[in-house]
Each structure stands twice: as structure tokens, then as C-alpha cells.
Design a protein around this ligand. Structure first.
Ligand code: F6R
Length: 383
């Protein structure tokens, strides 16, 4: 297990381990000792849309953080959020009757399709917000408002620390929106509730840090056990679905092992035909006991795990630390320390990043530079 920064054999592993520090820096940029920073609140109020409509355009991992943001902004702030592939949104034509506020999400701030989406949104007269890991990037400069991450330079092609920092900034954006909407009466979040959200967010980096080493040793062994699987299906519900998609993408790009992410309830509508000894499941079964909707989702997932046990499926699950129900139903269980529902994704993606990393090692892939991929997909303009 690495114990100094020089011990990391790959940038990807170093960047996975840098996440607690990257998150702390990012939170420090958006929170002061009292909580939300009034000057950031003022710049965001220029961006916000009176109808509460938001459109998010992004690609790859950045789009997955957008999928999580869709649920967070809808659940916490009551906004109406759509998430688009930037490669699609940028080519859409025709009259748009809605006037959403637009968010572009991009680690690099230079991805051609996302930049084209930003420019298309501006042409359509929408207010724009860029969340990038490069404060001087083209997107950060061209958008009306910029919320840079403080993840630090990310060198490995598979995005890791930029992804968790995107989730943190999107959660902060939701809190700023809640505080603004609270003043108009559109959302009820009293100062005590807001302070509790901020405290939970501030607690995450330490929590992730304390879990990294146990995850590291467990997951290295799991990758050795599952290395010959032909494909994996990642399943999750609600906000966790975004993490199932991200876990599957990470595995594909880092290890060249095929994987797909599905909403858990969709398994029986087709993909279950694939499940076999060679096609295991990765099921996200964490829960926030304080939230009824989370408990209902968890109970439905337990039901599915029982059925998968009878079917003889090989399952790796993610479950809360104290959970004893899930481990009894699956072959392998990775524990994640409890956190509020909408913050769990920031923690639970980390063991999935480690799984992708160790699967890459098992498959002898140059994990920092997987074939056919580049860190920023910047294309020549079509002449
Ligand atoms: C995945 C990954 C890619 C990028 C995508 C968008 O690990 O790195 O899927 O997320 O190419 O790049 P950015 O975020 O720079 O716009």
C-alpha cells in the first residue's frame, strides 16, 4: 500500500489517493467559515433561471457527474434538469421554446463537443455556467459564470479526482441554489438544514481518506479473483445510477474489460439474459436510513439480490459499513461509510475507480494511457 507520494506506480493510483486533498481544496474555494460565500452566491444568481430549468451538457465521465447532478438539483432544489450528451446537443437545431440555464461540465474545459454546446447555448441566448478543472480554459472564459475545480492537474487519462471534485461542486451549486430559492419561498431549507448539508460535505474527505487503504487491499484481491470475467453489469438506483455508469466506463477504458451500467430495475428487462459465471454483477446497495426514498430503493435492491442469489449470479456489492444483510446475499461486499444519500456517490465511486485500476493491472494495460484515448478530445473543425 503506498505510503509516500513517490510510492505510486501509476498516476491513476496517485490521483485516486489525492482525492481527499483535492476535495478539501475544492470545498475551501466555495465555502468560508460561516458556510456559503456571498460573492459566489451573487455570481450564481445572475446565472439562475426564473423558471427553474437547467440543461447540462457534457461527455464521458463529466456527463456522469451531470446525471448525479440532475437528481441532486431536482431532489434538493426542485429544479427541472435535463442532461444531454454534448456531442448531440451541439448539433441540435430548431426552435427551443424553453430557456434553461445551461451547465457545461468538463475536466479539461476544452472538449470540442462540450465547447460547441456552450457556444450553441450562448447563441440561443441561455445563461451559461462552466464547471471545469482548468480556470483558464476556453469554456471557463466563454461561459457567463465559471466554477473551477481545485482538483489539481489530472495526468492519467481515466478521470478520477476531477470526477469527485465535479460532484462536490455540483452539490455546492445545489446548496447555493437552495439558499437562493429559500429566500423566494420556492424551496424550504432552513439555516440549520443548510449547515447540516455543509457539515456532511466537509466531513467527506476525512471519511474517504480513512477508507482508502482498506479498499486498496480488498479490491486488489477482488480484481485478481474476477480478472477472467468477460463483462460486468453495474446496477444502481437513483443518484447512484450515475456511479454505476461511471464505474462501468472506468472499467472499460482502464482495463479493456467490457461493462455497462443500468438502473437496477432494468436488469430483468433484458440484460439478465447475459448474467452468468463469466458476467458478474456489481450492485450498488448503499442506503441513507434517514431518507424514506433511499430506504425504499434499498429494500427493492435487497429483493433483487435475493433473486440473484437464487439464480446463482456472482455479485460484488457496495453496502453501508454496518450492513449485514447485503454481505449475506452476495459473493463479495465492499463497505462504504455512511453518508447522506446525495453525498454517497462521492465516496462510493472511489472503490469502483480502484477496481478499474486493479483490473487494468491484472490485464497489463498501460492504465495512465489506454489505447485510442486522449485526455482531452479536441477535434479539428470540419471545413
Ligand atoms: C473518462 C474520461 C472521458 C472524459 C470525456 C470528457 O475517464 O476521461 O470520458 O470524461 O472525454 O472530457 P472532459 O471532461 O475533459 O470534457
Amino acid at each position: 500500500m503506498p505510503d509516500t507520494s513517490n510510492d505510486f506506480p501509476h498516476e491513476m493510483l496517485r490521483e485516486i489517493y489525492e482525492q481527499p486533498a483535492a476535495l478539501r481544496r475544492t470545498l475551501a474555494a466555495y465555502l468560508n467559515a460561516e458556510g456559503l460565500n456571498p460573492s459566489i452566491a451573487a455570481s450564481l444568481s445572475d446565472w439562475a433561471n426564473p423558471a427553474g430549468e437547467v440543461l447540462i451538457a457534457a461527455s464521458g465521465s463529466s456527463r456522469h457527474s451531470g446525471l448525479a447532478a440532475e437528481i441532486i438539483l431536482e431532489d434538493l432544489c426542485g429544479l427541472a434538469v435535463d442532461v444531454e450528451y454534448s456531442s448531440e446537443y451541439s448539433l441540435r437545431e430548431g426552435a427551443e421554446r424553453r430557456h434553461p440555464s445551461v451547465i457545461v461540465l468538463s475536466q479539461s474545459g476544452e472538449t470540442s463537443d462540450t465547447l460547441a454546446s456552450l457556444r450553441a447555448a450562448r447563441r440561443r441566448g441561455h445563461r451559461t455556467l462552466a464547471i471545469t478543472n482548468a480556470a483558464a480554459s476556453t469554456m471557463a472564459q466563454e461561459a457567463d459564470v465559471s466554477m473551477p475545480l481545485a482538483a489539481g492537474i489530472e495526468r492519467a487519462v481515466p478521470a478520477t479526482k476531477s470526477f469527485t471534485c465535479q460532484l462536490a461542486v455540483l452539490y455546492l451549486l445545489a446548496l447555493y441554489e437552495c439558499a437562493r430559492l429559500n429566500k423566494t419561498g420556492a424551496v424550504q431549507m432552513n439555516p440549520t438544514e443548510l449547515a447540516a448539508h455543509i457539515a456532511a460535505l466537509r466531513a467527506l474527505p476525512d471519511s474517504i481518506e480513512s477508507q482508502l487503504d482498506p479498499w486498496h487491499s480488498q479490491i486488489a484481491a477482488l480484481a485478481a479473483k474476477y480478472k477472467s470475467a468477460a463483462s460486468f453489469l453495474y446496477l444502481a438506483r437513483g443518484v447512484h445510477y450515475a456511479i454505476a455508469r461511471e464505474g462501468a466506463l472506468k472499467l472499460k477504458e482502464a482495463s479493456y474489460v467490457h461493462a455497462e451500467g443500468y438502473p437496477t430495475g432494468e436488469l430483468k428487462h433484458g440484460p439478465n439474459a447475459l448474467v452468468s459465471d463469466r458476467v458478474p454483477l456489481v450492485v450498488l446497495a448503499t442506503v441513507d436510513p434517514a431518507l424514506d426514498a433511499s430506504v425504499i430503493r434499498y429494500e427493492k435492491t435487497i429483493q433483487l439480490l435475493r433473486e440473484m442469489q437464487s439464480q446463482g449470479a456472482r455479485v460484488i456489492a457496495l453496502a453501508n459499513t454496518a450492513d449485514s444483510t447485503v454481505p449475506a446475499l452476495v459473493a463479495d461486499c465492499i463497505h462504504v461509510a455512511p453518508a447522506p444519500e446525495h453525498l454517497l456517490p462521492i465516496a462510493e465511486v472511489v472503490p469502483l475507480q480502484l477496481f478499474a485500476y486493479f483490473m487494468a493491472i491484472e490485464h497489463s494495460v498501460d492504465v495512465d494511457r489506454p489505447r485510442n484515448l486522449s485526455k482531452a478530445v479536441v477535434e479539428q473543425a470540419i471545413s
